[in-house]
Design a protein around this ligand. Structure first.
Ligand SMILES: *Cc1c(COP(=O)(O)O)cnc(C)c1O
Length: 301
């Protein structure tokens, strides 16, 4: 893939999702998200494909759905669209390791899945790391080769131009210790999310998890029309919070040349104004959460 090719993705994500498209010379085409799941909206995906095909100038090659905050995108709907148009699906599971969709694990929901082991992810190492998943044998072989500078069957036999994309040995050692704990940590994240939702659903919009899906809860993100007030109160109480993401990708300077800009993806833009992520990790205690819930209530009631 390269110039003239288009890959569809969401504007409500971390820049890395779109970066991989631009880095190979292809063009990202953004598709607005579902206001409840924050993930790419399959209906709008279909519309955008029709629009690009009608224009007929570029070739659409694939879709990169993101499992945002740990919740898998709607792969059944995405798969049916992808098959109809002969597109690949690359799952951005950077935030979703440990989540499930209709009985399958995140990372296994596209043709290829990619995840990140950056410390803020559900399975974090102590620096940078990541992994890709696929069950296509030939793709796996190609990816193994690219990982070590395009190596062929033998060392110093280079069959393609590749990368240094090895997982650092020290980070692998950390991950080997943490991987067996992941399943239990996901259970604990789910318990923490349930406690937040029980305490907050009356005063803010709490995250919704569609039937058939489970989230890895990389983030627990609420929506409120009074974000600034909430931010100030939480800061005063010493409660850390974060905004993912304050600016959708189509409004970033880096993508100005796409000529999109404000008003183009209203759902993503509205979310970027109203969203707040509360502290979330597997070792939050009930007391800590009660304290946070009380402070949120105090700020907004
Ligand atoms: C963290 C993240 C990435 C990239 O991870 P790196 O390890 O920094 O390459 C990609 N996509 C999403 C949605 C992420 O949250």
């Amino acid at each position: 893939m390269g110039p003239g090719d288009v890959i569809l993705t969401t504007p409500f994500t971390f820049i890395a999702t779109a970066e991989v498209i631009s880095v190979i010379g292809a063009k990202p085409a953004f598709v607005d998200v579902d206001p409840r799941t924050f993930n790419i909206d399959p209906n709008r995906l279909d519309e955008e494909i029709s629009r690009i095909k009608k224009e007929g100038r570029e070739k659409i090659r694939g879709i990169i759905p993101v499992d945002l905050f740990g919740l898998p995108a709607d792969y059944e709907a995405i798969r049916s669209i992808a098959s109809r148009h002969d597109l690949f699906i690359l799952e951005d599971a950077a935030q979703a390791l440990g989540a499930t969709y209709k009985g399958k694990k995140a990372g296994a929901l596209g043709d290829v899945g990619a995840t990140s082991f950056f410390p803020s992810k559900p399975l974090g190492c102590y620096g940078d790391g990541g992994a890709v998943f696929t069950d296509h044998d030939s793709l796996a072989e190609t990816m193994r080769s690219i990982r070590v500078h395009g190596q062929g069957k033998n060392k110093y036999d280079n069959v393609r131009v590749g990368l240094n994309a090895r997982l650092d040995t020290l980070q692998a050692a950390v991950l080997l210790q943490k991987l067996p704990r992941l399943e239990n940590e996901i259970v604990r994240r789910n318990e923490a999310a349930a406690r937040y939702s029980a305490g907050l659903s009356e005063i803010v919009t709490v995250p919704s998890v569609p039937p058939g899906s489970t989230s890895a809860w990389a983030q627990y993100s609420i929506l409120t029309d009074h974000r600034e007030k909430l931010q100030n109160h939480l800061k005063e109480a010493g409660i850390p919070m974060a905004i993912y993401y304050p600016k959708p990708l189509h409004m970033q300077e880096a993508y100005r040349q796409l000529g999109l800009g404000a008003g183009r993806f209203p759902v993503a833009e509205e979310l970027s104004r109203n969203i707040v992520s509360l502290p979330m990790h597997p070792y939050l205690t009930k007391d800590q959460q009660d304290f946070i819930i009380e402070k949120v209530k105090k700020a907004l009631c």
